[in-house]
Design a binder for this molecule. Structure first.
Ligand code: ARG
Length: 454
Protein backbone atom coordinates (compact mmCIF):
# COMPACT_ATOMS: atom_id res chain seq x y z
CA UNK A 1 0.00 0.00 0.00
CA UNK A 2 2.91 2.34 0.63
CA UNK A 3 5.73 0.48 -1.17
CA UNK A 4 6.85 3.63 -3.04
CA UNK A 5 8.56 5.12 -0.03
CA UNK A 6 10.31 2.00 1.30
CA UNK A 7 13.29 -0.01 0.13
CA UNK A 8 13.24 -2.74 2.79
CA UNK A 9 10.69 -5.36 3.84
CA UNK A 10 8.99 -4.76 7.17
CA UNK A 11 10.20 -6.75 10.16
CA UNK A 12 8.09 -9.83 10.88
CA UNK A 13 7.87 -8.83 14.51
CA UNK A 14 6.51 -5.42 13.53
CA UNK A 15 3.90 -7.10 11.34
CA UNK A 16 2.86 -9.26 14.23
CA UNK A 17 2.82 -6.26 16.56
CA UNK A 18 0.80 -3.94 14.40
CA UNK A 19 -1.68 -6.13 12.57
CA UNK A 20 -5.30 -5.71 13.56
CA UNK A 21 -7.04 -7.84 10.97
CA UNK A 22 -7.17 -10.76 13.38
CA UNK A 23 -9.83 -8.80 15.26
CA UNK A 24 -10.99 -5.92 13.04
CA UNK A 25 -12.11 -8.33 10.31
CA UNK A 26 -15.46 -8.05 12.08
CA UNK A 27 -15.87 -4.64 10.52
CA UNK A 28 -15.88 -6.10 6.99
CA UNK A 29 -19.56 -5.56 6.24
CA UNK A 30 -19.43 -1.99 7.38
CA UNK A 31 -16.13 -1.39 5.61
CA UNK A 32 -17.68 -2.66 2.38
CA UNK A 33 -20.80 -0.63 2.94
CA UNK A 34 -18.67 2.48 3.35
CA UNK A 35 -16.70 1.69 0.19
CA UNK A 36 -19.85 1.11 -1.85
CA UNK A 37 -21.08 4.58 -0.91
CA UNK A 38 -17.63 6.12 -1.29
CA UNK A 39 -17.20 4.80 -4.83
CA UNK A 40 -20.57 6.32 -5.73
CA UNK A 41 -19.32 9.64 -4.32
CA UNK A 42 -16.14 9.29 -6.43
CA UNK A 43 -18.29 8.78 -9.50
CA UNK A 44 -20.23 11.95 -8.70
CA UNK A 45 -16.91 13.74 -8.28
CA UNK A 46 -15.86 12.62 -11.76
CA UNK A 47 -13.03 10.39 -10.48
CA UNK A 48 -14.66 7.11 -11.50
CA UNK A 49 -16.69 6.29 -14.59
CA UNK A 50 -20.00 4.51 -14.14
CA UNK A 51 -18.35 1.28 -15.38
CA UNK A 52 -15.50 1.60 -12.92
CA UNK A 53 -17.93 2.21 -10.08
CA UNK A 54 -19.93 -0.83 -11.17
CA UNK A 55 -16.80 -2.96 -11.26
CA UNK A 56 -15.99 -1.85 -7.72
CA UNK A 57 -19.50 -2.63 -6.53
CA UNK A 58 -19.51 -6.07 -8.12
CA UNK A 59 -16.05 -6.84 -6.76
CA UNK A 60 -16.93 -5.72 -3.23
CA UNK A 61 -20.16 -7.72 -3.24
CA UNK A 62 -18.26 -10.80 -4.37
CA UNK A 63 -15.71 -10.34 -1.59
CA UNK A 64 -18.46 -9.79 0.97
CA UNK A 65 -20.19 -13.01 -0.07
CA UNK A 66 -16.92 -14.90 0.29
CA UNK A 67 -16.27 -13.50 3.74
CA UNK A 68 -19.86 -14.33 4.73
CA UNK A 69 -19.28 -17.89 3.59
CA UNK A 70 -15.98 -18.13 5.47
CA UNK A 71 -14.08 -18.58 2.20
CA UNK A 72 -12.03 -15.41 2.32
CA UNK A 73 -8.51 -15.56 3.59
CA UNK A 74 -7.49 -12.49 5.57
CA UNK A 75 -3.76 -11.83 5.47
CA UNK A 76 -2.09 -10.43 8.55
CA UNK A 77 0.72 -8.98 6.40
CA UNK A 78 -1.95 -6.65 4.97
CA UNK A 79 -2.38 -5.22 8.45
CA UNK A 80 -6.08 -4.49 8.76
CA UNK A 81 -9.50 -5.22 7.33
CA UNK A 82 -9.42 -2.09 5.19
CA UNK A 83 -6.24 -3.02 3.35
CA UNK A 84 -7.23 -6.66 3.03
CA UNK A 85 -10.42 -5.79 1.23
CA UNK A 86 -8.92 -3.07 -0.94
CA UNK A 87 -5.94 -5.20 -1.96
CA UNK A 88 -8.15 -8.13 -2.87
CA UNK A 89 -10.50 -5.87 -4.81
CA UNK A 90 -7.61 -4.47 -6.83
CA UNK A 91 -6.21 -7.95 -7.41
CA UNK A 92 -9.58 -8.93 -8.88
CA UNK A 93 -10.65 -5.89 -10.87
CA UNK A 94 -7.39 -4.02 -11.41
CA UNK A 95 -7.32 -0.29 -12.06
CA UNK A 96 -10.76 0.76 -10.72
CA UNK A 97 -9.87 -0.90 -7.43
CA UNK A 98 -6.69 1.13 -7.28
CA UNK A 99 -8.78 4.31 -7.62
CA UNK A 100 -11.09 3.57 -4.68
CA UNK A 101 -8.88 5.13 -2.04
CA UNK A 102 -8.73 8.52 -3.81
CA UNK A 103 -9.16 11.29 -1.25
CA UNK A 104 -9.76 8.77 1.49
CA UNK A 105 -7.51 7.71 4.35
CA UNK A 106 -7.82 4.76 6.64
CA UNK A 107 -8.23 7.41 9.31
CA UNK A 108 -11.64 8.55 8.08
CA UNK A 109 -12.37 5.05 6.78
CA UNK A 110 -11.98 3.38 10.17
CA UNK A 111 -13.86 6.22 11.84
CA UNK A 112 -16.86 5.63 9.60
CA UNK A 113 -16.60 1.83 9.81
CA UNK A 114 -16.72 1.79 13.61
CA UNK A 115 -19.67 4.15 13.70
CA UNK A 116 -21.61 2.03 11.21
CA UNK A 117 -20.71 -1.11 13.13
CA UNK A 118 -21.58 0.29 16.54
CA UNK A 119 -24.88 1.62 15.25
CA UNK A 120 -25.91 -1.93 14.36
CA UNK A 121 -24.46 -3.37 17.54
CA UNK A 122 -26.34 -0.87 19.71
CA UNK A 123 -29.64 -1.78 18.06
CA UNK A 124 -28.91 -5.43 18.84
CA UNK A 125 -27.97 -4.82 22.47
CA UNK A 126 -31.06 -2.69 22.99
CA UNK A 127 -33.28 -5.51 21.84
CA UNK A 128 -31.43 -7.90 24.16
CA UNK A 129 -32.10 -5.49 27.01
CA UNK A 130 -35.75 -5.50 26.11
CA UNK A 131 -35.83 -9.28 26.13
CA UNK A 132 -34.37 -9.29 29.63
CA UNK A 133 -36.90 -6.69 30.74
CA UNK A 134 -39.63 -8.95 29.37
CA UNK A 135 -38.23 -11.92 31.29
CA UNK A 136 -38.24 -9.87 34.50
CA UNK A 137 -41.78 -8.66 33.83
CA UNK A 138 -42.84 -12.24 33.09
CA UNK A 139 -41.37 -13.57 36.33
CA UNK A 140 -42.91 -10.68 38.27
CA UNK A 141 -46.31 -11.17 36.63
CA UNK A 142 -46.39 -14.88 37.42
CA UNK A 143 -45.87 -14.14 41.12
CA UNK A 144 -47.79 -10.95 41.64
CA UNK A 145 -48.97 -11.91 45.15
CA UNK A 146 -45.60 -12.96 46.54
CA UNK A 147 -44.29 -10.62 49.21
CA UNK A 148 -40.68 -10.67 50.40
CA UNK A 149 -38.77 -8.63 52.92
CA UNK A 150 -37.15 -5.63 51.28
CA UNK A 151 -33.61 -5.02 52.57
CA UNK A 152 -31.42 -2.06 53.35
CA UNK A 153 -27.87 -2.79 54.53
CA UNK A 154 -28.89 -6.38 53.73
CA UNK A 155 -30.97 -6.25 56.93
CA UNK A 156 -34.70 -6.84 56.74
CA UNK A 157 -36.42 -3.49 56.29
CA UNK A 158 -40.01 -3.46 55.04
CA UNK A 159 -42.21 -5.84 53.08
CA UNK A 160 -42.42 -5.39 49.31
CA UNK A 161 -43.97 -7.35 46.51
CA UNK A 162 -41.36 -9.56 44.86
CA UNK A 163 -42.65 -8.05 41.61
CA UNK A 164 -41.74 -4.58 42.87
CA UNK A 165 -38.19 -5.73 43.52
CA UNK A 166 -37.90 -7.25 40.02
CA UNK A 167 -39.44 -4.20 38.39
CA UNK A 168 -36.72 -2.05 39.94
CA UNK A 169 -34.33 -3.78 37.51
CA UNK A 170 -36.73 -3.20 34.63
CA UNK A 171 -36.49 0.53 35.35
CA UNK A 172 -32.67 0.33 35.45
CA UNK A 173 -32.51 -1.55 32.16
CA UNK A 174 -34.79 1.03 30.65
CA UNK A 175 -32.30 3.76 31.50
CA UNK A 176 -29.49 1.54 30.20
CA UNK A 177 -31.27 1.22 26.86
CA UNK A 178 -31.93 4.95 26.82
CA UNK A 179 -28.25 5.66 27.41
CA UNK A 180 -27.44 3.50 24.39
CA UNK A 181 -30.01 5.32 22.26
CA UNK A 182 -28.51 8.61 23.32
CA UNK A 183 -25.02 7.41 22.51
CA UNK A 184 -26.19 6.16 19.09
CA UNK A 185 -27.77 9.52 18.34
CA UNK A 186 -24.58 11.45 19.06
CA UNK A 187 -22.52 8.88 17.14
CA UNK A 188 -24.63 9.06 14.01
CA UNK A 189 -22.63 11.73 12.20
CA UNK A 190 -20.51 10.96 9.12
CA UNK A 191 -16.72 11.38 9.45
CA UNK A 192 -15.94 10.06 5.93
CA UNK A 193 -14.57 12.74 3.63
CA UNK A 194 -12.27 14.06 6.34
CA UNK A 195 -9.31 12.31 4.70
CA UNK A 196 -6.25 11.72 6.85
CA UNK A 197 -6.65 15.00 8.72
CA UNK A 198 -7.43 17.88 6.37
CA UNK A 199 -10.13 16.66 3.99
CA UNK A 200 -9.19 16.35 0.34
CA UNK A 201 -8.70 18.35 -2.84
CA UNK A 202 -11.13 15.93 -4.48
CA UNK A 203 -14.67 17.35 -4.24
CA UNK A 204 -16.41 14.62 -2.24
CA UNK A 205 -20.11 15.24 -1.67
CA UNK A 206 -20.29 14.41 2.02
CA UNK A 207 -24.00 15.17 2.34
CA UNK A 208 -24.60 12.56 -0.34
CA UNK A 209 -22.43 10.08 1.57
CA UNK A 210 -24.32 10.81 4.78
CA UNK A 211 -27.65 10.12 3.09
CA UNK A 212 -26.34 6.93 1.47
CA UNK A 213 -25.03 5.62 4.78
CA UNK A 214 -27.97 6.72 6.92
CA UNK A 215 -26.16 9.36 8.97
CA UNK A 216 -28.05 12.33 10.38
CA UNK A 217 -25.37 14.78 9.30
CA UNK A 218 -21.66 15.26 8.64
CA UNK A 219 -18.86 16.09 11.07
CA UNK A 220 -17.86 19.76 10.92
CA UNK A 221 -14.17 19.50 11.70
CA UNK A 222 -11.93 17.07 9.82
CA UNK A 223 -9.40 16.93 12.65
CA UNK A 224 -12.04 16.12 15.24
CA UNK A 225 -13.56 13.55 12.90
CA UNK A 226 -10.42 11.43 12.58
CA UNK A 227 -9.12 11.83 16.11
CA UNK A 228 -11.87 11.38 18.62
CA UNK A 229 -13.32 8.17 19.95
CA UNK A 230 -15.52 9.76 22.60
CA UNK A 231 -18.51 7.89 21.18
CA UNK A 232 -16.71 4.61 21.84
CA UNK A 233 -16.01 5.72 25.41
CA UNK A 234 -19.66 6.61 25.83
CA UNK A 235 -20.68 3.18 24.64
CA UNK A 236 -18.18 1.47 26.94
CA UNK A 237 -19.46 3.66 29.78
CA UNK A 238 -23.07 2.75 29.07
CA UNK A 239 -22.14 -0.94 28.93
CA UNK A 240 -20.17 -0.66 32.17
CA UNK A 241 -23.21 0.85 33.88
CA UNK A 242 -25.44 -1.87 32.50
CA UNK A 243 -22.90 -4.41 33.79
CA UNK A 244 -23.09 -2.79 37.21
CA UNK A 245 -26.87 -3.23 37.19
CA UNK A 246 -26.61 -6.84 36.08
CA UNK A 247 -24.01 -7.45 38.75
CA UNK A 248 -26.35 -6.18 41.44
CA UNK A 249 -29.17 -8.30 40.07
CA UNK A 250 -26.74 -11.21 40.21
CA UNK A 251 -26.00 -10.57 43.85
CA UNK A 252 -29.74 -10.72 44.56
CA UNK A 253 -30.15 -13.90 42.54
CA UNK A 254 -27.22 -15.52 44.34
CA UNK A 255 -28.68 -14.64 47.73
CA UNK A 256 -32.20 -15.68 46.75
CA UNK A 257 -30.98 -19.03 45.46
CA UNK A 258 -29.13 -19.81 48.71
CA UNK A 259 -30.61 -22.17 51.34
CA UNK A 260 -30.66 -19.22 53.75
CA UNK A 261 -33.04 -17.18 51.59
CA UNK A 262 -34.55 -19.83 49.34
CA UNK A 263 -36.83 -17.39 47.49
CA UNK A 264 -36.00 -18.79 44.06
CA UNK A 265 -34.79 -21.97 42.48
CA UNK A 266 -32.85 -21.82 39.24
CA UNK A 267 -33.40 -24.50 36.63
CA UNK A 268 -30.97 -27.36 36.12
CA UNK A 269 -30.23 -25.92 32.69
CA UNK A 270 -28.98 -22.72 34.23
CA UNK A 271 -26.92 -23.98 37.14
CA UNK A 272 -23.77 -26.00 37.55
CA UNK A 273 -22.73 -28.78 39.90
CA UNK A 274 -19.63 -29.43 41.92
CA UNK A 275 -17.02 -32.01 40.96
CA UNK A 276 -16.66 -32.88 44.65
CA UNK A 277 -19.85 -32.07 46.58
CA UNK A 278 -22.78 -34.02 45.15
CA UNK A 279 -25.45 -31.78 46.66
CA UNK A 280 -24.29 -28.53 45.04
CA UNK A 281 -26.34 -26.52 42.58
CA UNK A 282 -24.48 -23.33 41.89
CA UNK A 283 -25.69 -20.04 40.38
CA UNK A 284 -22.65 -19.69 38.10
CA UNK A 285 -24.44 -17.51 35.55
CA UNK A 286 -25.04 -14.87 38.18
CA UNK A 287 -21.52 -15.22 39.58
CA UNK A 288 -19.88 -14.94 36.17
CA UNK A 289 -22.05 -11.95 35.37
CA UNK A 290 -20.89 -10.30 38.57
CA UNK A 291 -17.30 -11.27 37.72
CA UNK A 292 -17.43 -10.07 34.12
CA UNK A 293 -18.37 -6.61 35.32
CA UNK A 294 -14.66 -6.29 36.02
CA UNK A 295 -13.77 -6.49 32.35
CA UNK A 296 -16.57 -4.10 31.39
CA UNK A 297 -15.10 -1.50 33.74
CA UNK A 298 -11.58 -2.39 32.64
CA UNK A 299 -12.41 -1.89 28.96
CA UNK A 300 -13.76 1.59 29.65
CA UNK A 301 -10.70 2.58 31.65
CA UNK A 302 -8.46 1.00 29.02
CA UNK A 303 -9.82 3.14 26.17
CA UNK A 304 -9.95 6.31 28.24
CA UNK A 305 -6.29 5.72 29.09
CA UNK A 306 -5.33 5.04 25.48
CA UNK A 307 -6.83 8.35 24.41
CA UNK A 308 -5.85 10.69 27.20
CA UNK A 309 -2.37 11.68 26.07
CA UNK A 310 -2.81 11.70 22.31
CA UNK A 311 -1.89 14.82 20.37
CA UNK A 312 -4.15 15.79 17.50
CA UNK A 313 -5.10 13.95 15.33
CA UNK A 314 -5.00 10.27 14.43
CA UNK A 315 -2.36 8.23 16.23
CA UNK A 316 -1.85 4.54 15.82
CA UNK A 317 -2.64 4.08 19.51
CA UNK A 318 -6.25 4.45 18.49
CA UNK A 319 -6.25 1.00 16.91
CA UNK A 320 -6.36 -0.19 20.53
CA UNK A 321 -10.01 0.93 20.67
CA UNK A 322 -11.32 -2.22 19.05
CA UNK A 323 -10.53 -5.08 21.37
CA UNK A 324 -12.08 -3.38 24.43
CA UNK A 325 -15.14 -2.50 22.35
CA UNK A 326 -15.55 -5.98 20.94
CA UNK A 327 -15.00 -7.56 24.32
CA UNK A 328 -17.57 -5.41 26.11
CA UNK A 329 -20.08 -5.90 23.31
CA UNK A 330 -19.67 -9.67 23.32
CA UNK A 331 -19.78 -9.82 27.09
CA UNK A 332 -22.98 -7.80 27.45
CA UNK A 333 -24.63 -9.50 24.53
CA UNK A 334 -24.22 -13.03 25.85
CA UNK A 335 -24.93 -12.02 29.44
CA UNK A 336 -28.22 -10.35 28.57
CA UNK A 337 -29.36 -13.27 26.45
CA UNK A 338 -28.43 -15.87 29.03
CA UNK A 339 -29.96 -13.90 31.86
CA UNK A 340 -33.30 -13.63 30.07
CA UNK A 341 -33.26 -17.39 29.56
CA UNK A 342 -32.33 -18.11 33.17
CA UNK A 343 -35.03 -15.88 34.66
CA UNK A 344 -37.70 -17.24 32.35
CA UNK A 345 -36.97 -20.72 33.74
CA UNK A 346 -36.56 -19.72 37.41
CA UNK A 347 -39.07 -20.92 40.02
CA UNK A 348 -40.21 -18.79 42.93
CA UNK A 349 -40.64 -20.44 46.32
CA UNK A 350 -43.70 -18.63 47.67
CA UNK A 351 -43.62 -20.62 50.93
CA UNK A 352 -40.12 -19.49 51.80
CA UNK A 353 -41.02 -15.92 50.92
CA UNK A 354 -44.11 -16.08 53.17
CA UNK A 355 -42.01 -17.45 56.03
CA UNK A 356 -39.50 -14.64 55.73
CA UNK A 357 -42.12 -11.97 55.51
CA UNK A 358 -43.95 -13.22 58.60
CA UNK A 359 -41.35 -11.38 60.69
CA UNK A 360 -43.43 -8.67 62.43
CA UNK A 361 -40.39 -6.41 62.77
CA UNK A 362 -40.82 -5.61 59.08
CA UNK A 363 -43.83 -3.54 60.16
CA UNK A 364 -42.18 -1.66 63.03
CA UNK A 365 -42.23 1.52 60.95
CA UNK A 366 -45.94 1.00 60.27
CA UNK A 367 -46.45 0.71 64.02
CA UNK A 368 -44.80 4.10 64.48
CA UNK A 369 -47.01 5.49 61.68
CA UNK A 370 -50.02 4.16 63.61
CA UNK A 371 -49.03 6.31 66.59
CA UNK A 372 -48.46 9.26 64.28
CA UNK A 373 -52.03 8.89 63.03
CA UNK A 374 -53.11 9.06 66.69
CA UNK A 375 -51.33 12.40 67.04
CA UNK A 376 -47.98 11.26 68.49
CA UNK A 377 -44.98 13.15 67.00
CA UNK A 378 -42.94 10.80 64.81
CA UNK A 379 -39.71 11.08 66.82
CA UNK A 380 -41.59 10.09 69.97
CA UNK A 381 -43.42 7.28 68.13
CA UNK A 382 -40.05 6.01 66.85
CA UNK A 383 -38.74 5.83 70.41
CA UNK A 384 -41.85 4.10 71.74
CA UNK A 385 -41.70 1.44 69.04
CA UNK A 386 -37.95 1.11 69.51
CA UNK A 387 -38.56 0.24 73.17
CA UNK A 388 -41.20 -2.34 72.21
CA UNK A 389 -38.79 -3.88 69.69
CA UNK A 390 -36.15 -4.06 72.42
CA UNK A 391 -38.64 -5.70 74.77
CA UNK A 392 -39.54 -8.24 72.08
CA UNK A 393 -35.86 -9.01 71.54
CA UNK A 394 -35.20 -9.41 75.29
CA UNK A 395 -38.22 -11.62 76.00
CA UNK A 396 -38.25 -13.54 72.75
CA UNK A 397 -41.93 -12.65 72.28
CA UNK A 398 -42.74 -11.49 68.74
CA UNK A 399 -43.49 -7.75 68.48
CA UNK A 400 -47.12 -8.32 67.53
CA UNK A 401 -47.66 -10.74 70.45
CA UNK A 402 -46.43 -8.56 73.31
CA UNK A 403 -49.15 -8.22 76.01
CA UNK A 404 -51.66 -5.40 75.62
CA UNK A 405 -50.42 -3.77 78.88
CA UNK A 406 -46.89 -3.60 77.56
CA UNK A 407 -48.24 -1.66 74.59
CA UNK A 408 -50.34 0.63 76.78
CA UNK A 409 -47.46 1.23 79.19
CA UNK A 410 -45.31 2.24 76.25
CA UNK A 411 -47.91 4.73 74.97
CA UNK A 412 -51.45 5.61 75.95
CA UNK A 413 -52.18 6.20 72.27
CA UNK A 414 -52.27 2.45 71.50
CA UNK A 415 -55.83 1.14 71.11
CA UNK A 416 -57.37 -2.26 70.37
CA UNK A 417 -57.05 -1.69 66.64
CA UNK A 418 -53.24 -1.95 66.81
CA UNK A 419 -53.31 -5.61 65.71
CA UNK A 420 -54.40 -4.51 62.23
CA UNK A 421 -51.01 -2.88 61.70
CA UNK A 422 -49.50 -6.33 61.28
CA UNK A 423 -51.66 -7.34 58.34
CA UNK A 424 -49.26 -7.31 55.40
CA UNK A 425 -51.71 -6.86 52.51
CA UNK A 426 -53.25 -3.90 54.36
CA UNK A 427 -49.82 -2.46 55.09
CA UNK A 428 -48.85 -2.71 51.43
CA UNK A 429 -52.17 -1.36 50.16
CA UNK A 430 -51.57 1.80 52.17
CA UNK A 431 -48.41 2.57 50.20
CA UNK A 432 -50.23 4.40 47.46
CA UNK A 433 -47.94 7.25 46.43
CA UNK A 434 -46.41 7.04 42.97
CA UNK A 435 -43.57 4.52 42.97
CA UNK A 436 -44.59 2.90 46.28
CA UNK A 437 -45.45 -0.80 46.30
CA UNK A 438 -49.22 -0.95 46.79
CA UNK A 439 -50.68 -3.92 44.93
CA UNK A 440 -52.54 -1.51 42.65
CA UNK A 441 -49.35 0.41 41.82
CA UNK A 442 -47.35 -2.74 41.14
CA UNK A 443 -50.12 -4.07 38.93
CA UNK A 444 -50.27 -0.79 37.01
CA UNK A 445 -46.51 -0.76 36.49
CA UNK A 446 -46.59 -4.37 35.29
CA UNK A 447 -49.26 -3.41 32.76
CA UNK A 448 -47.23 -0.38 31.75
CA UNK A 449 -44.17 -2.49 31.00
CA UNK A 450 -46.11 -5.20 29.22
CA UNK A 451 -47.50 -2.57 26.87
CA UNK A 452 -44.25 -0.64 26.51
CA UNK A 453 -42.17 -3.75 25.75
CA UNK A 454 -44.70 -5.44 23.45
N1 ARG B 1 -6.16 -0.24 11.67
C1 ARG B 1 -6.13 1.17 11.88
C2 ARG B 1 -6.95 1.55 13.13
O1 ARG B 1 -7.71 0.80 13.54
C3 ARG B 1 -6.72 1.88 10.72
C4 ARG B 1 -6.24 3.26 10.57
C5 ARG B 1 -4.80 3.23 10.25
N2 ARG B 1 -4.30 4.52 9.88
C6 ARG B 1 -3.00 4.76 9.77
N3 ARG B 1 -2.66 5.93 9.42
N4 ARG B 1 -2.11 3.84 10.01
O2 ARG B 1 -6.81 2.59 13.68
Amino acid sequence: MWKGRFAEEQSDLLKQFSESVSFDWRLYKHDIRGSLAYSAALERAGILTAEEREAIHAGLREIEAEIDAGKFEFRTDLEDVHMNIEAELTRRIGKPGAKLHTGRSRNDQVAVDIRLYLRDVIAGIRSRMQALQLALVGLAGRHEDVVIPGYTHLQRAQPVYFAHHLLAYVEMLDRDADRLADCARRMNVLPLGSGAIAGSTIPIDREFLARELGFDGVTQNSMDAVSDRDFACELLGALAICGMHLSRLSEDVILWASAEFGFIELSDRHTTGSSLMPQKKNPDIAELTRGKTGRLYGNLVSLLTVLKGLPMTYNRDMQEDKEPLFDSIDTIDLTLALYAEMLAAAKVNATRAAEAVRDPLLLATDLADYLVRKGVPFREAHEVVGKLVGEAARTGVPLNELPAETYREASAAFGDDVAQVFDIPTALAARKAAGAPSAANVRARLEHWKAALA
